[in-house]
Design a protein around this ligand. Structure first.
Ligand code: GUN
Ligand code: FE
Length: 420
């Protein structure tokens, strides 16, 4: 397929009359449309206003997709223990499958082609199956909770770790490598030391398996971890082996100088979730400081009950606006930086080498957008448009691994109406 439009190949490369050529699931050429039309005269053609890399949701909870409105106007620990955990505890296999499918379809139709997905304790296999069925790329993991957790979610340490091993055997590398596993302890508040250390052992024992958890999102959470362990949250995670280049920590809103040094030295990936941090009033993450230190910062929508949308464009815009207000400097977190967070840095959070850019040899994960809805506004700068003006609704075409998954308002390869 030869896909034309203004091609935003990566945060530094825009080709005005560009084209991307896709064959066998990969990008084989990116360049000027005229030249590529000549080189590839027989390829099926598609034209969009803008063509961009598929965006990466560096921290989502697809299984919380049915929970919008259950816990508005609350802070993290109340929100979690009074509404969200009881919801997850009550979900059966069917509800888990439906929630995950709806979440993935919403991602695909609004421009997210890869998710780093924090599932639930129960019925994780249903979400893996949903990811395979919908065609999204994903780094998924069953959640581990072995203390301070409600009935229905708390599991014996060994049972959770054993199920993790068995899910890795079943799903890590599934769907031609599109699905990979992240060992997923919920957070230090609900996981014993044995559980956290067990997570590191499992990740080390399986090639390409990573670790994904929440860290330092809210002051009450941090105080709880400190009361339990005598340590700041990031120091505790570091001590039990949960920092490093294969670890993605969601949030990291409240970290002190020494914790930031640990994140930088260990090359741990942070996923910034600005909408969630605002809605739960968790705080403003020190993204400028992280980036200045060379820490890789990705972007995530977090769960629908703490955000109400899985639209990655909302998240890019919120990240940029919050960054500007935080610094009282309009030059901070400009469009190229937040696009980098949602693509190249997201690829690191997700642990996939060949996604996040439109480049020959990369996976053909891309989106096509219309600018029709903003026709009255000339598009002076495509990157600026993507970050400051575009919405998930402007996405008209989504491809993952060369497979078209969403086209002109319709999901492809799945009966989305039946899911809904
Ligand atoms: N920390 C532990 N669990 C959760 C969760 O489900 N959502 C958010 N935002 N933070 C968490
Ligand atoms: Fe989360």
């Amino acid at each position: 397929m030869l896909i034309t439009g203004t091609v935003i190949a990566d945060p530094d490369t825009v080709i005005d009359d560009g084209a991307v050529v896709v064959a066998d699931g990969e990008i084989v050429a990116v360049g000027e449309a005229d030249a590529l039309h000549e080189t590839y005269p027989d390829h099926e053609r598609r034209a969009f206003d803008l063509v961009a890399p598929g965006l990466v949701g560096g921290h989502v909870h697809s299984v919380q997709s049915l929970g919008r409105g259950i816990a508005d106007d609350a802070e993290l620990l109340d929100w979690l223990f009074e509404a969200v955990l009881p919801m997850e505890a009550a979900m059966d296999a069917e509800a888990t499958r439906a929630a995950a499918e709806l979440g993935y379809l919403e991602c695909l139709e609004s421009g997210t082609t890869t998710v780093v997905d924090h599932l639930s304790v129960n019925h994780a296999a249903e979400a893996f199956e949903a990811a395979i069925e919908t065609g999204i790329r994903g780094r998924l993991g069953k959640v581990l909770m072995d203390k301070e957790s409600p009935d229905g979610l708390r599991e014996p340490t060994d049972a959770g770790l054993a199920e993790t091993e068995s899910l890795i055997g079943e799903y890590h590398g599934a769907a031609d490598g599109r699905i990979r596993y992240a060992v997923t302890p919920r957070f230090a508040v609900t996981c014993t030391e044995a559980c956290l250390r067990g997570c590191r052992e499992i990740a080390d024992a399986h090639d390409g398996v990573t670790i994904h958890t929440h860290a330092s999102e809210n002051k009450g959470e941090i105080a709880t971890v400190e009361a339990d362990t005598g340590k700041r949250n990031v120091h505790w995670l570091d001590e039990v082996g949960l920092t490093g280049p294969d670890v993605t920590l969601a949030h990291c809103v409240h970290t002190d100088e020494s914790e930031r040094e640990v994140l930088a030295e260990t090359d741990t990936v942070v996923t910034h979730c600005p909408s969630s941090n605002m809605k739960l009033a968790s705080g403003i993450a020190p993204v400028h400081d992280y980036l200045d230190r060379g820490i890789t910062v990705a972007l995530g929508n977090d769960g629908p009950p703490c955000n109400n949308t899985l639209d990655p464009f909302t998240e890019m815009r919120q990240a940029s606006l919050l960054g500007k207000v935080d610094a009282l400097d309009p030059t901070r977190l400009p469009a190229p930086t937040v696009l980098e967070m949602a693509t190249v840095n997201g690829a690191r959070a997700a642990g996939f080498d060949r996604i996040g850019r439109l480049e020959p040899g990369y996976e053909a994960d891309l989106i096509g957008l219309t600018t029709e809805k903003t026709r009255a506004t000339p598009i002076h700068d495509p990157l600026s448009h993507l970050v400051y003006a575009a919405h998930g609704d402007d996405v008209v075409f989504t491809m993952v691994s060369g497979e078209v998954r969403y086209d002109d308002g319709e999901h492809v390869g799945i009966d989305a109406d039946a899911v809904r």
